[in-house]
Design a protein around this ligand. Structure first.
Ligand code: FES
Length: 96
């Protein structure tokens, strides 16, 4: 059974600038979306493309808002771990 989380809390921005795209940012975004779906978190976590975050040499960059947590040199296989780390911070919704 999936846990319940509060709605619309987090946005995961994946840099879609040229340099990050050269380093597989699209695949990172795809894996993050898959992980969100696997955990049934579509209501709580949005994965979006972002403009260049000005850290091109350290890309792909993933930024989590509103906490402003940033990951550098993210590999697609690390997407699930990023989401797991985020889940540890998301408050569960209280049972009614
Ligand atoms: S292209 Fe991603 S930080 Fe610049």
């Amino acid at each position: 059974m999936a846990k319940k989380y509060q709605k619309s809390l987090w946005t995961i921005l994946v840099c879609d600038g040229d340099s990050c795209r050269e380093h597989k940012s699209k695949k990172v975004a795809k894996r993050l979306k898959e992980a969100v779906k696997t955990h049934q978190l579509e209501q709580s976590v949005a994965v979006r493309k972002g403009d260049c975050m000005k850290h091109c040499k350290r890309g792909p960059i993933v930024r989590i808002q509103p906490a402003n947590i940033e990951y550098e040199r993210v590999k697609p296989k690390e997407a699930a771990a990023i989401l797991d780390a985020l889940l540890a911070q998301i408050p569960e919704a209280a049972d009614d």
